[in-house]
Design a protein around this ligand. Sequence first.
Ligand code: DX5
Ligand code: ZN
Length: 268
Amino acid sequence: MGRDSSAAQQNPTGAADGRGGGRDHPRRHPAGTAVASRLGIMAVQMAPSILSADFARLADEAAAVAAVADWLHVDVMDYHFVPNLTIGLPVVEALHKHTGLPLDCHLMISEPDRWAAGYAEAGARNVTVHAEALQSPVRTLRLIRAAGARAGLAVNPASPVEPLEDLLPELDMLLLMTVEPGFGGQSFLDIVLPKLRRARAMVQRHGASVWLQVDGGVGEETIERCAEAGADVFVAGSAVYGADNPAAAVQALRRRAEQATARASWQR
Ligand code: DX5
Ligand code: ZN
């Protein structure tokens, strides 16, 4: 059955993704921003993952969430770092031309040092590389920023965050994988939540403006736990594109995350 995405074909802000626009905040959904400021909390950011979208209709699938999402999460997999193969630079370049949403490229690839800056040059607003695959983290994170994107660093569920503490000034976002990377539709790993709390404490201790992103198994049942533990950027693939109305799914997830953030202890 087809999904009803017609309600969200227009971007009400009319904002375009200025490529290479630096590490500014992405365009925020006005409703989300208003709720957050009324509650006096940090804004929640929603990043639908196109891994669960129809790859033959990517521009339409992006348009389906353009009015309600903050980012479009793009999973790049190379069959080496993870046992799955998706898309690469040409598709990112093409997608960039066809959506106003800033692209959040999550590189699950070997040799990210070699390829990461190219994704920023292709139009990604954020480029996230995996700590497990990097040879020269500082150089690569700096190259991403120099190419005009925000620099993200990802860690797998079993990888610690403490060794990354000194790298915080080089980062704009820390991604804590809440499934083993490689596939959409997996079950959320609760064992990552204590690490998320420690990561939030670490960021706060340094007064760093680093966003904490969660990715994998994030949906109606799990998003509140993530927000309470310290996440402020939420990737959701199957929970969005598996829904009859992806835009409505993003809005429902955002509401849950905002409510959980408002009562989270790390906000006080
Ligand atoms: C998995 C990817 C995720 C994926 C999440 O390795 O990094 O971004 O799309 O899919 P869900 O939300 O279905 O777990
Ligand atoms: Zn991802």
